[in-house]
Design a protein. Structure first.
Length: 464
């Protein structure tokens, strides 16, 4: 016991046997240092901390504290941290122009364009005017593309060599440009006009003879090249389909103008998933848990008001059967069970349908087949669930008619909700409305209004 106490004193509080001492900062450690000894931050340890972790920490600080903290980082490191933050433009504008310009120069062009795009028009013009010509023109070119397009997320720094070059010429070029470009694993091959003709691996170049022509060793099979105006979601789908690390981007004439890297695709998928999950339940697509109350209320209130209308429709249906419910209070007892199970069944179908639409799995001509498959899925699941629920209710109430009502209502309602969960997203997509944004509210309207109507109507026929 004495030995254990000595060890505890020497080593501090007991740690998990799998815990390893970190040489970078974690979020909790940063918050602890901030509260007690902000100046005690280890610069070396700070330089090893991931930009994402530092970005999360900075989001908790006020403007003056953010500026003070960023002074501890190099221009390149500060830029990488700012690029990870949702309010990156606001953070950049807290700095003096001289430092802000240095930070933008040290960023990859796509990251710099992402930040500059968020600036007010006047600030954007001022910053672009003060940047060196090459950096300014590169960022301005990227800003011409939409934020959610391949051109908007690509980097123009691409490893490219020409068909007519020898291997020695290609290696010499890669030596001089490799530091500025990302991902040397795959090099793109172009012709004299700059048109993309294929790819060649760095491994194959190194193993080839110096006097060999690139056209003798390159691979003309180009997978997944996309136009600059392709949507970022389409880009993510292509990269997933072909299992690509990077995706070449070409203009209307087929000339190579950039590439989308795998880290950009991860950001696209994360942003898309976050957006869909939040708007599926009526929250703002870009909402954050730390947003001001007024901002969140403004985003959520309109959909809650619309939901109030759909809920009122359900209440109206119930009022139509008020006298019947007064005669048989058992109807009121089991109403929520019917709507709850129907909503669950419809929600399952809705989630799968929206995902299939987003991934492009739902093709033209699939609608009728999907409609009937989901109807039968709901019918079978409703029969199984309704049989269990109806049997239990019949035993409890000692009334077979009650059990039959529960069985039939649940079977029909879950079949209907399965169909609705499949059709509502497709209909909204045809109407050019984001299916994720309002499908859940329309589904609720079906489960509450139609589900209760079916149940109460069956109850009147079988029980009264």
């Amino acid at each position: 016991m004495v030995e254990e106490e000595q060890n505890s004193d020497a080593n501090g509080p007991w740690r998990d046997s799998n815990e390893v001492a970190r040489d970078d900062y974690g979020f909790e450690e940063l918050m602890g240092l901030y509260e007690h000894d902000f100046e005690g931050l280890d610069r070396l340890k700070l330089s090893r901390t991931s930009p994402h972790e530092l970005g999360q920490f900075l989001a908790r600080l006020n403007a003056n504290e953010q500026t003070e903290f960023l002074r501890k980082l190099s221009d390149r490191a500060a830029g990488e941290v700012i690029a990870e933050m949702a309010d990156s433009a606001e953070v950049l504008m807290q700095m003096k122009d001289r430092r802000a310009l240095r930070i933008l120069e040290n960023l990859q062009p796509d990251d710099a364009a992402y930040i500059v795009r968020q600036l007010d028009a006047d600030d954007r013009e001022r910053i672009l005017r003060k940047l060196p010509d090459e950096a300014s023109h590169t960022i301005a070119d990227l800003l011409h593309y939409g934020a959610d397009t391949a051109g908007g997320v690509m980097t123009p720094h691409v490893n490219k060599i020409q068909l007519a070059w020898t291997v020695d010429q290609a290696i010499q070029t890669l030596r001089t440009t490799g530091d500025d470009n990302e991902n040397l694993d795959i090099i793109y091959v172009i012709n004299d006009e700059g048109k993309l003709k294929g790819t060649v691996s760095l491994h194959r170049i190194i193993r080839a003879a110096g006097n060999q022509k690139i056209e003798e060793i390159f691979d003309a099979d180009i997978q997944g090249a996309c136009r600059a105006d392709a949507t970022s979601t389409h880009v993510a789908q292509i990269m997933a389909e072909f299992d690509l690390q990077n995706l070449p981007v070409v203009d209307n004439l087929g000339r190579l103008i950039g590439m989308v890297t795998h880290d950009d695709v991860i950001d696209i998928l994360q942003e898309s998933a976050t957006k869909d999950i939040q708007i599926l339940h009526g929250a703002g697509a870009d909402e954050n848990i730390h947003d001001p109350v007024t901002y969140s209320v403004a985003k959520r209130a309109p959909w809650l008001q619309f939901n109030l209308i759909t809920a009122a429709m359900g209440a109206f249906v119930v009022s139509m059967f008020q006298s019947q419910i007064e005669q048989l209070t058992l109807l009121a007892v089991f109403m929520t069970m019917i709507t709850s199970l129907g909503g669950n069944a419809g929600g399952q179908t809705l989630a799968v349908s929206i995902r299939s639409l987003a991934l492009g799995d739902w093709k033209k001509g699939d609608t009728i087949g999907i409609f009937f498959r989901e109807m039968f899925k709901g019918l079978f699941n409703g029969s199984i669930t309704g049989l269990v629920a109806g049997s239990v209710c019949a035993l409890i109430t000692r009334n077979v008619s009650v059990g039959a009502t529960i069985f039939l209502a649940m079977t029909l309602n879950m079949a209907l909700c399965g169909m609705a969960g499949a059709l509502i997203p497709r209909i909204l997509q045809k109407l050019k409305v984001d299916p994720a944004q309002s499908a859940y509210i329309f589904l609720t309207m079906v489960t509450d209004t139609v589900g209760m109507y079916i149940f109460l109507l069956l109850g009147c026929w079988l029980l009264l």
